[in-house]
Each structure stands twice: as C-alpha cells, then as structure tokens.
Write a protein that binds this ligand. Structure first.
Ligand code: MG
Ligand code: MG
Length: 255
C-alpha cells in the first residue's frame, strides 16, 4: 500500500510550477466558498470553479477522470457524502455541510485541494466534525518533514481524529501528486508510526483526512462515484497538496 512505486521527486522548477497550480486551485476554491448560501446548486459551484480555472489557462483533472468518466470539474459532496459527489441541480439548504474538492492543471502540473464548510447555521456536531477534520489535516502537514515516514503522518491523523471521538476512512487515502493526480506514495488516514515510506525533499503529497461521525465504513452510490458513510452520518474532508523541503513543509494549494 505505501510502497515506493510511482514516487516522483520534483526539482525546484517543478515545485514552482506546482505552487502556481496550487495557487490557481486555491483561487477556484475561494470563488466557490463565496457562493455557499442557501439556494445555490452544486452545478453553480462547479461553474464558478471552471470560470476561475479558465481565466488562468488551467483546467480540472477531475473532468472525465476514471470510469465512468467523472462529469464535473469539482467534487461536491453534501452531508453524508464523503467524497466524489457529482455536481448537479441539488440546491444547498441552511444547515447542510458541503465538501468541495477541486484540481487545477497548470503547465502539466496538478494542484489538488478540498475544504468542507457549512451553509448558514450548522449543528454543534457538524461544527465539531469540520474543526476536527481541518485540524487533522494540519496535524499531518506539520509532520511532512524529511526523515519522517508516511506512517507517522497516517498515525497522527488517526490518533487525532479518533481521540476526538470521530472515525477515519479506510478505503481512500492521501497520495503523491505531480504530473499525475495520483502518484506514490499513498498516505492513508490510519496507520502505525515508523512504517511506510521515508519522506524526502522534493516529494509532493496531497494529504486528505476524510472523517465520519458514526462509523469508518462507507458505500458507493449507484452512480459509481459518490462515496457515502455506511450509516449516512455526517462526513467531512479537507485536503492540501504539500511539498517536503529541506526545512518547513510548503503548502502548495494556497493563494
Ligand atoms: Mg482532491
Ligand atoms: Mg486528492
């Protein structure tokens, strides 16, 4: 699972391009965030992200990815939908939470990031879920240092989330990112310290804690994409693409 396969160490010039892809991706996500009010459809959010990407001569690697081809440029996953929600005519309403995952390709390099946010007033359970998931991402990012192993990150995310009484997904993982959306190494959201692949400067990895309120178990809906919690409890997802450097971790997917 966390093998050395398909790991691509980036040069400083490649990191600079990935930083630009990450910047454009962050702008697209920021445009989506502005629209998060009751009545907006997930198709509106998709259109807003596409407009920003187009303006920067970028496009989303999600569009037509996989089989069946993914029909959106963002993933828009509402409430019990954990990841891979398909944008469409669904109208968001007060109290919903939505995960928006977006990718941007700039000169062949990919930024991959996601956030989850509430529509208007949300329940205390939803608020805690969002806070814990976002904090778990930053717990993981802080460990993205040369010499640490992927298992150190996985274990820290799992301990943080489970210590808060919530659950981490098993079937979907963080991953290397670069010219391809999914490179090695995989970085699961659970694991044991001291295991996995040693981090080296020039590695670029998308960390993405996916957290569920009631169970770690998931199902895939009949559309063959959308992943939901098996018990239909609330879920959340935050993601940044991050470069390992000689020093501090460098978050690529910020404005
Ligand atoms: Mg993503
Ligand atoms: Mg990802």
């Amino acid at each position: 699972m966390t093998s050395e396969r398909d790991i691509h160490i980036k040069t400083p010039a490649e990191i600079a391009l990935m930083r630009e892809a990450g910047r454009v991706n962050a702008l697209a996500l920021a445009a989506v965030k502005e629209l998060l009010h009751p009545g907006v459809t997930t198709a509106d959010l998709n259109a807003a992200a596409e407009e920003v990407l187009r303006k920067h001569d970028a496009y989303s690697p999600f569009y037509h990815y996989g089989r069946p081809p993914f029909p959106g440029s963002i993933c828009a996953s509402v409430n019990e939908e954990l990841v891979h929600g398909i944008p469409g005519e669904r109208k968001l309403k007060e109290g919903d939470i939505i995960s928006v995952d977006c990718g941007a390709v700039v000169e062949g390099y990919i930024g991959d990031a996601a956030f989850t946010a509430g529509i208007g007033e949300i329940s205390p359970t939803a608020r805690k879920l969002l806070d814990v998931t976002e904090q778990a991402l930053h717990v993981g990012i802080a460990l993205m240092r040369a010499g640490n192993k992927t298992g150190d990150i996985s274990a820290a995310i799992q301990q943080f989330v489970e210590g808060s009484g919530l659950h981490v997904v098993r079937e979907y993982t963080g991953h290397g990112v670069g010219r391809k959306m999914h490179e090695g190494p995989q970085v699961p959201n659970y694991g044991a310290p001291g295991t996995g692949v040693p981090l080296r400067p020039g590695m670029t990895i998308a960390l993405e804690p996916m957290v569920l309120v009631g169970t770690h178990r998931t199902r895939v809906l009949p559309n063959q994409w959308t992943v939901v919690s098996a018990d239909r409890s609330l879920t959340a997802h935050f993601e940044h693409s991050v470069a390992v450097t000689e020093g501090e971790p460098l978050i690529l997917t910020v404005p």
